[in-house]
Write a protein that binds this ligand. Sequence first.
Ligand SMILES: *Cc1c(COP(=O)(O)O)cnc(C)c1O
Length: 429
Amino acid sequence: MNREKSKALFEQARKIIPGGVNSPVRACASVGTEPVFIEKGNGAVIFDADGNSYIDYVGSWGPMILGHAHPSVVQSIVQAAQEGTSFGAPTEMETRLAQMVVDAVPSVEMVRMVNSGTEATMSAIRLARGYTGRDIIIKFDGCYHGHADTLLVQAGSGVATLNIPGSPGVPKSFVEYTLSLPFNDIEILSKVMAEKGDKVAAIIVEPLAGNMGMVPPVPGFLQALRDLTRKHGAFLIFDEVMTGFRVAYGGAQEKFGITPDLTCLGKVIGGGLPVGAYGGRREIMEKIAPQGPVYQAGTLSGNPLAMAAGIATLTKLKEPGVYEALEERAGQLINGLLNAAEDAGIPATGGHMGAMLGLFFTDKAVRSFEDAKKSDTDRFSAYYRKMMGRGIYLAPSPFEAFFLSTAHKEEHIEATLAAAGDIFRELAP
Ligand SMILES: *Cc1c(COP(=O)(O)O)cnc(C)c1O
Protein backbone atom coordinates (compact mmCIF):
# COMPACT_ATOMS: atom_id res chain seq x y z
CA MET A 1 0.00 0.00 0.00
CA ASN A 2 1.54 3.31 -1.09
CA ARG A 3 1.68 5.90 1.68
CA GLU A 4 4.18 8.36 0.18
CA LYS A 5 1.93 11.41 0.38
CA SER A 6 0.97 10.71 3.98
CA LYS A 7 4.64 10.33 4.82
CA ALA A 8 5.50 13.69 3.27
CA LEU A 9 2.54 15.42 4.94
CA PHE A 10 3.53 14.01 8.32
CA GLU A 11 7.10 15.26 7.87
CA GLN A 12 5.81 18.76 7.12
CA ALA A 13 3.39 18.69 10.03
CA ARG A 14 6.05 17.54 12.47
CA LYS A 15 8.09 20.67 11.82
CA ILE A 16 5.42 23.02 13.12
CA ILE A 17 2.95 20.92 15.16
CA PRO A 18 4.25 19.03 18.22
CA GLY A 19 4.53 15.39 17.17
CA GLY A 20 2.82 16.36 13.93
CA VAL A 21 -0.61 15.90 15.53
CA ASN A 22 -3.19 17.90 17.46
CA SER A 23 -3.96 15.03 19.85
CA PRO A 24 -1.26 12.55 20.95
CA VAL A 25 -2.82 9.13 20.19
CA ARG A 26 -3.13 10.04 16.51
CA ALA A 27 0.64 9.85 16.08
CA CYS A 28 0.50 6.00 16.07
CA ALA A 29 3.90 5.80 17.77
CA SER A 30 2.86 3.08 20.23
CA VAL A 31 2.02 0.69 17.40
CA GLY A 32 5.31 1.39 15.67
CA THR A 33 4.00 3.25 12.67
CA GLU A 34 3.14 6.69 11.31
CA PRO A 35 -0.34 8.12 10.82
CA VAL A 36 -2.05 8.26 7.46
CA PHE A 37 -3.48 11.65 6.54
CA ILE A 38 -7.19 11.51 5.85
CA GLU A 39 -8.60 13.32 2.86
CA LYS A 40 -12.28 12.46 3.11
CA GLY A 41 -14.83 10.04 4.46
CA ASN A 42 -18.12 8.62 3.29
CA GLY A 43 -20.30 6.33 5.38
CA ALA A 44 -18.15 3.59 6.92
CA VAL A 45 -15.17 4.30 4.68
CA ILE A 46 -12.35 6.87 4.86
CA PHE A 47 -9.78 7.75 2.19
CA ASP A 48 -6.19 8.80 2.79
CA ALA A 49 -4.04 11.30 0.90
CA ASP A 50 -2.60 8.52 -1.30
CA GLY A 51 -6.06 7.38 -2.35
CA ASN A 52 -6.15 4.25 -0.17
CA SER A 53 -9.51 3.44 1.38
CA TYR A 54 -10.19 1.97 4.82
CA ILE A 55 -13.20 0.61 6.68
CA ASP A 56 -13.22 2.94 9.67
CA TYR A 57 -13.70 1.58 13.20
CA VAL A 58 -12.47 4.74 14.93
CA GLY A 59 -15.23 7.08 13.82
CA SER A 60 -13.28 10.13 15.02
CA TRP A 61 -12.91 8.29 18.38
CA GLY A 62 -16.65 7.96 18.82
CA PRO A 63 -18.71 10.83 17.40
CA MET A 64 -19.42 9.47 13.91
CA ILE A 65 -22.17 7.02 14.84
CA LEU A 66 -24.02 7.75 11.58
CA GLY A 67 -20.86 7.32 9.52
CA HIS A 68 -19.01 10.07 7.67
CA ALA A 69 -20.73 12.87 5.79
CA HIS A 70 -24.22 11.64 6.59
CA PRO A 71 -26.51 13.60 4.20
CA SER A 72 -28.93 14.91 6.83
CA VAL A 73 -26.10 16.02 9.14
CA VAL A 74 -24.26 17.74 6.29
CA GLN A 75 -27.44 19.46 5.15
CA SER A 76 -28.16 20.74 8.67
CA ILE A 77 -24.64 22.11 9.05
CA VAL A 78 -24.73 23.82 5.64
CA GLN A 79 -28.07 25.41 6.37
CA ALA A 80 -26.89 26.64 9.77
CA ALA A 81 -23.66 28.02 8.28
CA GLN A 82 -25.57 30.00 5.69
CA GLU A 83 -27.41 31.76 8.48
CA GLY A 84 -24.31 32.72 10.47
CA THR A 85 -21.77 30.61 12.33
CA SER A 86 -21.74 32.18 15.79
CA PHE A 87 -23.53 34.94 17.68
CA GLY A 88 -22.60 34.57 21.34
CA ALA A 89 -26.29 35.04 22.03
CA PRO A 90 -29.02 32.47 22.69
CA THR A 91 -30.51 30.59 19.74
CA GLU A 92 -33.53 28.29 19.66
CA MET A 93 -31.40 25.35 18.51
CA GLU A 94 -29.64 25.24 21.89
CA THR A 95 -32.95 24.65 23.66
CA ARG A 96 -33.91 22.04 21.07
CA LEU A 97 -30.75 19.98 21.59
CA ALA A 98 -30.98 20.46 25.36
CA GLN A 99 -34.56 19.14 25.27
CA MET A 100 -33.45 16.09 23.28
CA VAL A 101 -30.76 15.34 25.87
CA VAL A 102 -33.18 15.82 28.79
CA ASP A 103 -35.73 13.53 27.10
CA ALA A 104 -33.08 10.86 26.44
CA VAL A 105 -30.81 10.66 29.48
CA PRO A 106 -32.51 9.48 32.69
CA SER A 107 -30.44 11.57 35.15
CA VAL A 108 -30.56 14.85 33.22
CA GLU A 109 -33.20 17.46 34.08
CA MET A 110 -31.10 20.47 33.05
CA VAL A 111 -28.05 20.63 30.81
CA ARG A 112 -25.28 23.11 29.95
CA MET A 113 -23.52 22.92 26.56
CA VAL A 114 -19.73 23.28 26.34
CA ASN A 115 -17.19 22.63 23.57
CA SER A 116 -15.49 19.35 24.51
CA GLY A 117 -15.67 16.36 26.81
CA THR A 118 -12.76 17.79 28.77
CA GLU A 119 -14.73 20.93 29.50
CA ALA A 120 -17.76 18.88 30.51
CA THR A 121 -15.93 16.78 33.13
CA MET A 122 -13.89 19.74 34.40
CA SER A 123 -17.07 21.76 34.88
CA ALA A 124 -18.98 18.89 36.49
CA ILE A 125 -16.15 18.46 39.00
CA ARG A 126 -16.20 22.18 39.80
CA LEU A 127 -19.96 22.02 40.28
CA ALA A 128 -19.69 18.98 42.57
CA ARG A 129 -17.06 20.73 44.67
CA GLY A 130 -18.97 24.01 44.69
CA TYR A 131 -22.23 22.37 45.71
CA THR A 132 -20.87 20.04 48.39
CA GLY A 133 -18.17 22.38 49.72
CA ARG A 134 -15.77 19.40 49.66
CA ASP A 135 -12.50 18.90 47.78
CA ILE A 136 -11.75 15.20 47.27
CA ILE A 137 -12.52 13.56 43.93
CA ILE A 138 -12.35 9.80 43.46
CA LYS A 139 -11.67 8.39 40.01
CA PHE A 140 -10.57 4.96 38.78
CA ASP A 141 -7.29 3.78 37.25
CA GLY A 142 -7.53 3.58 33.48
CA CYS A 143 -10.60 5.83 33.24
CA TYR A 144 -9.97 8.92 31.12
CA HIS A 145 -11.97 12.05 31.79
CA GLY A 146 -10.28 14.54 29.48
CA HIS A 147 -7.06 16.41 30.17
CA ALA A 148 -8.05 18.84 32.94
CA ASP A 149 -5.31 19.06 35.60
CA THR A 150 -7.23 17.43 38.46
CA LEU A 151 -8.25 14.44 36.38
CA LEU A 152 -4.91 13.60 34.80
CA VAL A 153 -4.05 10.85 37.26
CA GLN A 154 -3.83 7.20 36.09
CA ALA A 155 -5.77 8.35 33.06
CA GLY A 156 -5.65 5.39 30.65
CA SER A 157 -5.90 5.88 26.92
CA GLY A 158 -3.35 8.28 25.40
CA VAL A 159 -1.56 8.68 28.71
CA ALA A 160 -1.33 4.92 29.11
CA THR A 161 -0.23 4.43 25.55
CA LEU A 162 2.64 6.87 26.01
CA ASN A 163 3.36 5.52 29.48
CA ILE A 164 3.30 8.94 31.13
CA PRO A 165 2.27 8.82 34.80
CA GLY A 166 0.00 11.87 34.95
CA SER A 167 1.80 14.76 33.29
CA PRO A 168 4.54 17.30 33.95
CA GLY A 169 2.96 20.73 34.26
CA VAL A 170 0.32 19.54 36.71
CA PRO A 171 1.33 20.84 40.17
CA LYS A 172 1.27 18.22 42.87
CA SER A 173 -1.14 20.33 44.90
CA PHE A 174 -3.65 20.19 42.01
CA VAL A 175 -3.97 16.42 42.27
CA GLU A 176 -3.63 16.29 46.04
CA TYR A 177 -7.40 15.90 46.24
CA THR A 178 -7.71 13.34 43.44
CA LEU A 179 -7.71 9.71 44.51
CA SER A 180 -7.41 7.06 41.82
CA LEU A 181 -8.62 3.60 42.82
CA PRO A 182 -8.72 0.26 40.96
CA PHE A 183 -11.76 -0.05 38.68
CA ASN A 184 -14.27 -2.74 39.72
CA ASP A 185 -12.82 -3.12 43.24
CA ILE A 186 -15.77 -2.59 45.58
CA GLU A 187 -13.77 -3.56 48.68
CA ILE A 188 -11.06 -0.92 48.33
CA LEU A 189 -13.64 1.71 47.44
CA SER A 190 -15.74 0.88 50.51
CA LYS A 191 -12.68 1.18 52.74
CA VAL A 192 -11.70 4.55 51.30
CA MET A 193 -15.24 5.85 51.57
CA ALA A 194 -15.52 4.66 55.18
CA GLU A 195 -12.37 6.65 55.94
CA LYS A 196 -12.80 9.77 53.81
CA GLY A 197 -16.39 9.69 52.56
CA ASP A 198 -17.43 12.88 54.36
CA LYS A 199 -14.69 14.81 52.53
CA VAL A 200 -15.50 13.40 49.08
CA ALA A 201 -17.20 15.81 46.66
CA ALA A 202 -17.72 13.25 43.93
CA ILE A 203 -16.89 9.90 42.45
CA ILE A 204 -16.42 10.17 38.69
CA VAL A 205 -16.49 7.03 36.56
CA GLU A 206 -16.88 5.78 33.01
CA PRO A 207 -19.87 3.48 33.71
CA LEU A 208 -18.62 1.26 30.90
CA ALA A 209 -14.90 1.96 30.72
CA GLY A 210 -13.64 2.65 27.20
CA ASN A 211 -10.24 4.25 27.63
CA MET A 212 -8.29 1.20 28.79
CA GLY A 213 -9.86 -0.84 26.04
CA MET A 214 -13.48 -1.68 26.79
CA VAL A 215 -13.94 -2.92 30.36
CA PRO A 216 -17.49 -3.44 31.66
CA PRO A 217 -18.39 -2.91 35.32
CA VAL A 218 -18.67 -6.14 37.32
CA PRO A 219 -22.16 -6.85 38.67
CA GLY A 220 -22.79 -4.64 41.68
CA PHE A 221 -19.98 -2.14 41.04
CA LEU A 222 -22.14 0.73 39.78
CA GLN A 223 -24.76 0.01 42.47
CA ALA A 224 -22.01 0.17 45.11
CA LEU A 225 -20.94 3.56 43.73
CA ARG A 226 -24.53 4.76 43.91
CA ASP A 227 -25.05 3.46 47.48
CA LEU A 228 -21.74 4.74 48.86
CA THR A 229 -22.06 8.24 47.37
CA ARG A 230 -25.62 8.53 48.67
CA LYS A 231 -24.60 7.35 52.11
CA HIS A 232 -21.79 9.91 52.38
CA GLY A 233 -23.48 12.85 50.66
CA ALA A 234 -21.11 12.81 47.68
CA PHE A 235 -22.09 13.13 44.02
CA LEU A 236 -21.92 10.29 41.55
CA ILE A 237 -20.77 11.57 38.16
CA PHE A 238 -21.10 9.34 35.11
CA ASP A 239 -18.67 10.35 32.40
CA GLU A 240 -20.70 9.27 29.38
CA VAL A 241 -18.69 11.27 26.86
CA MET A 242 -17.97 8.00 25.05
CA THR A 243 -20.99 5.87 26.00
CA GLY A 244 -23.70 8.54 25.74
CA PHE A 245 -25.98 7.89 22.75
CA ARG A 246 -23.57 5.11 21.74
CA VAL A 247 -24.34 2.08 23.90
CA ALA A 248 -28.03 3.10 23.98
CA TYR A 249 -30.00 6.27 23.24
CA GLY A 250 -30.05 6.99 26.99
CA GLY A 251 -26.42 5.93 27.45
CA ALA A 252 -24.91 3.40 29.86
CA GLN A 253 -27.15 4.64 32.69
CA GLU A 254 -30.18 3.45 30.73
CA LYS A 255 -28.52 0.07 30.07
CA PHE A 256 -27.40 -0.51 33.65
CA GLY A 257 -30.39 1.13 35.35
CA ILE A 258 -28.24 3.26 37.67
CA THR A 259 -28.97 7.00 37.86
CA PRO A 260 -26.05 9.30 38.67
CA ASP A 261 -26.33 12.86 40.04
CA LEU A 262 -24.44 14.40 37.13
CA THR A 263 -23.70 13.16 33.62
CA CYS A 264 -21.00 14.32 31.20
CA LEU A 265 -21.59 14.03 27.47
CA GLY A 266 -19.66 14.80 24.28
CA LYS A 267 -18.65 12.97 21.10
CA VAL A 268 -21.96 11.68 19.62
CA ILE A 269 -24.06 14.69 20.76
CA GLY A 270 -21.92 16.92 18.53
CA GLY A 271 -22.36 14.76 15.43
CA GLY A 272 -18.69 15.35 14.54
CA LEU A 273 -18.48 18.99 15.62
CA PRO A 274 -16.84 20.12 18.87
CA VAL A 275 -19.46 19.73 21.62
CA GLY A 276 -19.62 18.62 25.22
CA ALA A 277 -22.37 18.90 27.80
CA TYR A 278 -22.97 18.27 31.46
CA GLY A 279 -26.31 17.86 33.13
CA GLY A 280 -28.14 16.45 36.09
CA ARG A 281 -30.76 17.13 38.70
CA ARG A 282 -32.35 20.56 38.56
CA GLU A 283 -31.43 21.62 42.09
CA ILE A 284 -27.76 20.86 41.37
CA MET A 285 -27.65 22.47 37.93
CA GLU A 286 -29.28 25.62 39.30
CA LYS A 287 -26.03 26.31 41.16
CA ILE A 288 -24.32 27.16 37.85
CA ALA A 289 -23.83 30.83 36.88
CA PRO A 290 -25.75 32.97 36.17
CA GLN A 291 -28.47 31.18 38.17
CA GLY A 292 -26.03 30.18 40.91
CA PRO A 293 -22.50 30.97 42.10
CA VAL A 294 -20.45 28.24 40.34
CA TYR A 295 -18.85 29.97 37.37
CA GLN A 296 -18.55 28.36 33.95
CA ALA A 297 -18.70 30.05 30.54
CA GLY A 298 -17.78 29.71 26.84
CA THR A 299 -17.59 32.07 23.86
CA LEU A 300 -18.55 29.35 21.38
CA SER A 301 -20.69 27.20 23.70
CA GLY A 302 -23.95 26.18 22.05
CA ASN A 303 -22.49 27.05 18.65
CA PRO A 304 -25.16 26.95 15.90
CA LEU A 305 -23.25 24.56 13.60
CA ALA A 306 -22.54 22.19 16.47
CA MET A 307 -26.16 22.31 17.67
CA ALA A 308 -27.40 21.65 14.12
CA ALA A 309 -25.11 18.63 13.74
CA GLY A 310 -26.14 17.32 17.16
CA ILE A 311 -29.86 17.71 16.52
CA ALA A 312 -29.59 16.02 13.11
CA THR A 313 -27.61 13.13 14.61
CA LEU A 314 -29.92 12.51 17.56
CA THR A 315 -32.98 12.80 15.29
CA LYS A 316 -31.66 9.89 13.20
CA LEU A 317 -30.66 7.87 16.27
CA LYS A 318 -34.15 8.24 17.73
CA GLU A 319 -35.72 6.34 14.84
CA PRO A 320 -36.98 2.90 15.90
CA GLY A 321 -34.63 -0.06 15.57
CA VAL A 322 -31.37 1.89 15.23
CA TYR A 323 -29.71 0.56 18.39
CA GLU A 324 -31.03 -2.96 17.89
CA ALA A 325 -29.39 -3.02 14.46
CA LEU A 326 -26.11 -1.58 15.81
CA GLU A 327 -26.12 -4.05 18.68
CA GLU A 328 -26.68 -6.99 16.37
CA ARG A 329 -23.97 -5.99 13.91
CA ALA A 330 -21.51 -5.28 16.73
CA GLY A 331 -22.19 -8.76 18.12
CA GLN A 332 -21.59 -10.29 14.72
CA LEU A 333 -18.25 -8.46 14.44
CA ILE A 334 -16.87 -9.21 17.90
CA ASN A 335 -18.02 -12.84 17.86
CA GLY A 336 -16.47 -13.24 14.43
CA LEU A 337 -13.19 -11.78 15.66
CA LEU A 338 -13.14 -13.97 18.78
CA ASN A 339 -13.92 -17.10 16.76
CA ALA A 340 -11.21 -16.29 14.24
CA ALA A 341 -8.69 -15.75 17.04
CA GLU A 342 -9.68 -19.03 18.65
CA ASP A 343 -9.37 -20.90 15.34
CA ALA A 344 -5.85 -19.54 14.99
CA GLY A 345 -4.95 -20.37 18.59
CA ILE A 346 -4.57 -16.73 19.63
CA PRO A 347 -5.74 -15.95 23.18
CA ALA A 348 -8.35 -13.21 23.00
CA THR A 349 -11.24 -11.85 25.01
CA GLY A 350 -13.74 -9.14 24.21
CA GLY A 351 -17.30 -7.96 24.03
CA HIS A 352 -19.63 -5.20 22.97
CA MET A 353 -22.43 -3.00 24.18
CA GLY A 354 -24.50 -1.14 21.63
CA ALA A 355 -22.10 0.25 19.05
CA MET A 356 -19.02 0.05 21.27
CA LEU A 357 -16.63 -2.90 21.16
CA GLY A 358 -13.47 -4.13 22.84
CA LEU A 359 -10.86 -6.79 22.13
CA PHE A 360 -7.84 -7.79 24.24
CA PHE A 361 -5.17 -10.30 23.34
CA THR A 362 -5.29 -12.32 26.54
CA ASP A 363 -7.23 -15.37 27.71
CA LYS A 364 -7.83 -13.89 31.18
CA ALA A 365 -10.88 -11.80 32.06
CA VAL A 366 -10.07 -8.07 31.97
CA ARG A 367 -11.70 -6.20 34.84
CA SER A 368 -9.20 -3.46 35.57
CA PHE A 369 -6.40 -1.40 34.08
CA GLU A 370 -3.88 -3.78 35.69
CA ASP A 371 -5.50 -6.67 33.80
CA ALA A 372 -5.61 -4.68 30.56
CA LYS A 373 -1.90 -3.94 30.77
CA LYS A 374 -1.20 -7.67 30.96
CA SER A 375 -2.69 -8.27 27.52
CA ASP A 376 -0.28 -8.90 24.62
CA THR A 377 0.37 -5.36 23.37
CA ASP A 378 3.09 -6.47 20.92
CA ARG A 379 0.60 -8.77 19.24
CA PHE A 380 -1.84 -5.89 19.12
CA SER A 381 0.72 -3.70 17.33
CA ALA A 382 1.36 -6.37 14.72
CA TYR A 383 -2.40 -6.93 14.30
CA TYR A 384 -2.95 -3.18 13.98
CA ARG A 385 -0.30 -2.76 11.26
CA LYS A 386 -1.47 -5.75 9.27
CA MET A 387 -5.12 -4.68 9.48
CA MET A 388 -4.11 -1.23 8.19
CA GLY A 389 -2.38 -2.99 5.31
CA ARG A 390 -5.68 -4.71 4.52
CA GLY A 391 -7.65 -1.47 4.62
CA ILE A 392 -9.10 -1.81 8.12
CA TYR A 393 -8.67 1.32 10.22
CA LEU A 394 -8.49 0.64 13.99
CA ALA A 395 -7.56 2.84 16.94
CA PRO A 396 -3.74 2.74 17.17
CA SER A 397 -3.59 1.50 20.76
CA PRO A 398 -4.44 -1.68 22.65
CA PHE A 399 -6.10 0.55 25.27
CA GLU A 400 -8.92 1.82 23.10
CA ALA A 401 -12.40 0.61 22.28
CA PHE A 402 -13.58 0.51 18.67
CA PHE A 403 -16.80 1.76 17.19
CA LEU A 404 -19.49 0.88 14.70
CA SER A 405 -21.73 3.25 12.82
CA THR A 406 -25.10 2.80 11.16
CA ALA A 407 -23.18 2.94 7.85
CA HIS A 408 -21.33 -0.32 8.59
CA LYS A 409 -23.13 -2.97 6.55
CA GLU A 410 -22.85 -6.73 6.20
CA GLU A 411 -20.19 -6.35 3.49
CA HIS A 412 -17.93 -4.26 5.76
CA ILE A 413 -18.17 -6.78 8.58
CA GLU A 414 -17.45 -9.67 6.21
CA ALA A 415 -14.42 -7.93 4.70
CA THR A 416 -13.13 -7.14 8.19
CA LEU A 417 -13.54 -10.72 9.41
CA ALA A 418 -11.87 -12.10 6.29
CA ALA A 419 -8.86 -9.86 6.85
CA ALA A 420 -8.71 -10.62 10.58
CA GLY A 421 -8.94 -14.37 9.91
CA ASP A 422 -5.92 -14.28 7.61
CA ILE A 423 -3.97 -12.02 9.95
CA PHE A 424 -4.66 -14.11 13.06
CA ARG A 425 -3.33 -17.17 11.19
CA GLU A 426 -0.19 -15.22 10.28
CA LEU A 427 0.24 -14.14 13.89
CA ALA A 428 -0.48 -17.56 15.37
CA PRO A 429 2.04 -18.72 17.98
C1 LIG B 1 -13.10 11.45 24.85
C2 LIG B 1 -13.42 11.44 26.29
C3 LIG B 1 -13.29 12.59 27.09
C4 LIG B 1 -12.68 13.86 26.57
O1 LIG B 1 -13.42 14.45 25.56
P1 LIG B 1 -12.69 15.52 24.59
O2 LIG B 1 -13.80 16.00 23.71
O3 LIG B 1 -11.61 14.78 23.88
O4 LIG B 1 -12.15 16.59 25.48
C5 LIG B 1 -13.72 12.52 28.39
N1 LIG B 1 -14.22 11.40 28.91
C6 LIG B 1 -14.35 10.27 28.19
C7 LIG B 1 -14.94 9.06 28.81
C8 LIG B 1 -13.92 10.24 26.86
O5 LIG B 1 -14.01 9.10 26.16
